[in-house]
Ligand binder design. Structure first.
Ligand SMILES: O=C(CO)[C@@H](O)[C@H](O)COP(=O)(O)O
Ligand SMILES: [Co+2]
Length: 217
């Protein structure tokens, strides 16, 4: 069964506590927290005051997906705010090896996200150091976008790389994940599914979380 990480970006920010409680009481495994700076992606999500509020409530693993340039300067603050996994974008980092070491020096798990145009082969010389590879199945920046079909092939090639290099990295997939593709994504090699609009737009989000989990069995 895949791990499931609801994306807070699609939650109701007018009553965030209610949605955080819903996730706490659900079968979901992680909180997926999208941070956007309006530079790396054409959207701005939320910053540290909101993250502080999330940290006070959220009782599960907190997974921050940073869609920002120059992420290194904020790692200490993310650590203080209870983040467990930091995932930075391959396309946003000039010195990726140094950036990954900085995350690990602060005792957080380190992930690299690949936008749809970025080939998994580019991780060949860093995969040993990673705890997670995030395969983006939409272009980063917004929730509710259409799933890109090439993702299955990309997950499979990422899995090949991980096996070949004997890496312990998890494969996470993010964007357009729903009941229709969850099983196929897991069968292709995904370990962690991120889902935003599919959960928060559902009539019964708790039931949708349950259904998504069961569908990946
Ligand atoms: O990182 C992102 C978008 O850039 C995601 O985490 C989205 O928030 C997922 O939302 P859905 O595609 O599941 O609605
Ligand atoms: Co995300």
């Amino acid at each position: 069964m895949a791990l499931l990480a609801p994306s807070i970006l699609s939650a109701n920010f007018g009553n965030l506590d209610k949605d955080l409680d819903m996730i706490n009481s659900s079968e979901a495994d992680w909180f997926h927290i999208d941070i956007m700076d309006g530079v790396f992606v054409p959207n701005i999500s939320f910053g540290f005051p909101v993250l502080e509020a999330i940290n006070k409530k959220a009782k599960k693993i907190k997974d921050a997906h940073l869609m920002i340039i120059n992420p290194d300067q904020y790692f200490q603050t993310f650590k203080k705010l209870g983040i467990d996994y930091i995932t930075i974008h391959y396309e946003a980092c000039i010195h990726l090896n140094r950036t990954i070491q900085e995350i690990k020096n602060l005792n957080m798990k380190a992930g690299v996200a690949l936008s749809p145009h970025t080939n998994t082969n580019l991780l060949e010389d860093i995969i040993d150091d990673l705890d997670l590879v995030l395969v983006m199945s939409v272009n980063p920046g917004f929730g509710g976008q259409k799933f890109i079909e090439n993702t299955y092939r990309k997950i499979a090639s990422c899995k090949d790389l991980i096996i070949r290099k004997n890496s312990k990295a998890l494969i996470q997939v993010d964007g357009g994940v729903c009941l229709e593709n969850a099983k196929k994504l897991t069968d292709s090699g995904a370990d962690v599914l991120v889902a935003g609009s599919c959960i928060f737009n559902a009539k019964d989000p708790l039931q949708m979380i349950k259904d998504l989990k069961i569908s990946t069995k």
